[in-house]
Design a protein around this ligand. Structure first.
Ligand code: CMP
Length: 139
């Protein structure tokens, strides 16, 4: 699967604003296939584990609180060149810097509440997918 999957989260701001359907439409129209999906909610502790790589960053605590503030939709997405193509589709972390037509440009509220997550490497796509889904849930 390496190279063919990426992991994504539709974040609390986008879920709360009712953008899930529009975002999934863009993902599917860009050629991604949803191979696993879970509507769930993180505790601040579990959000902290997911974002452990950012532990030393000044925004870490706020990020954990924000990511646990409401429901999220975790997904594994399949496509050739999935990681790079998905990052192109979602746009820059800061929506102010995101290209027109990207998911973050269209739906993100701020650099923190930026609508959607996408893995930054094939290795992290596998690690992040395993954080939310057991092998049995992936196909
Ligand atoms: P994501 O792609 O999920 O990876 C890390 C997250 O941290 C990022 O999206 C944003 O939600 C958040 N983030 C990154 N940089 C900043 C920042 N400078 N200030 C606040 N939040 C940030």
């Amino acid at each position: 699967m390496a190279g063919k999957i990426t992991f994504s989260i539709i974040k609390p701001d986008a879920y709360q604003a009712g953008h899930v359907g529009a975002i999934i439409k863009m993902i599917e129209e860009a050629g991604f296939r949803i191979v696993a999906a879970k509507l769930t909610r993180l505790t601040p502790e579990r959000a902290g584990q997911f974002y452990a790589v950012h532990k030393e960053r000044p925004f870490y605590r706020d990020l954990c609180n924000y990511m646990s503030s409401g429901p999220i939709l975790a997904m594994i997405l399949e496509k050739e060149n999935a990681v790079a193509d998905f990052r192109k589709l979602i746009g820059a972390t800061d929506p102010a810097k995101a290209e027109p037509g990207t998911i973050r440009k269209l739906f993100a509220k701020s650099i923190e509440a930026n609508a959607i997550h996408g893995s930054d490497s094939d290795e992290n796509a596998v690690i992040e997918s395993a954080f939310f889904f057991s092998a049995l849930e992936q196909f």
